[in-house]
Design a protein around this ligand. Sequence first.
Ligand SMILES: Nc1ncnc2c1ncn2[C@@H]1O[C@H](COP(=O)(O)OP(=O)(O)OP(=O)(O)O)[C@@H](O)[C@H]1O
Length: 273
Amino acid sequence: MGDPHPTTPSPTQTPTPTAPTLRAQALTRTFGRGAKALTALGPVDLDIAPGEFTCIVGPSGCGKSTLLRIAAGLLLPSAGELSIRAASPRPAAMIFQDYGIYDWKTVLANVRFGLDIQRVPRKEADARARDWLARMGLSEFADAYPAALSGGMRQRVAIARALAVEPEVLLMDEPFAALDAQLRTILQDELLDLTQTTRTTTLFITHSLEEAIVLGDRVLVMSARPGRIIAEHRPPFPRPRTGDVRSTPEFTALKSELWELLRGEVRREVIPA
Ligand SMILES: Nc1ncnc2c1ncn2[C@@H]1O[C@H](COP(=O)(O)OP(=O)(O)OP(=O)(O)O)[C@@H](O)[C@H]1O
């Protein structure tokens, strides 16, 4: 049997300049068994370079969350593999659509949560959590409970909590989907600002093409289930960029191009062949 992890690239392969932080190879996930088995994802091959912000768009049910859950280690692949190249044993932090924060903990305790798990000393953890709350404009809510916060503020708490642990990889599953359009735009701009400073390697799932184009170094389009990557685009906006790119003709053109691709896949999902 051949070595599944050859160390020397074959002559036909172009060597990658930098080893990817996240790599998926022939990744597949099936749910259920026998006649009821449903292939949700794959095969997916994907490399994400260090510091790269990759967005994935695709029709509902095409396996986007499944891919992210495998990356987070919450789910095992059925075949293929996904590996994260990182220095720390818990390199990834995840942010969900429904915030995933604890109602019974104060805002400060929520932001400190990941640091407590990492056994960061209390004083340092408090200071780092307060620093992130200040960056997210939430200092005055440190002692409040999440029930007292708006949806946008809760999502800021979730972002602060994820970034406070200084993750090597950030996994975001439609983090702004529950917010209204104006707030969504504001949080997109904030995230743009933050991630351009931290340069955290990010995999971001969204239904919104605008969001993907504003935020992503790369936008990947997935097919209808079982989700495979069918196209890749690089928004032509140099970094650091701002939300102003939304009003450029290039933005509108790319959005139309992506929608043309996606429309076919959404139709396939709604009206299967
Ligand atoms: N634990 C599970 N058991 C059985 N089926 C599952 C499970 N998780 C996901 N699925 C199925 O796998 C498919 C892909 O689901 P997934 O949530 O990954 O899609 P998605 O692209 O994230 O969808 P959406 O955009 O609607 O959130 C769906 O058909 C879903 O019903």
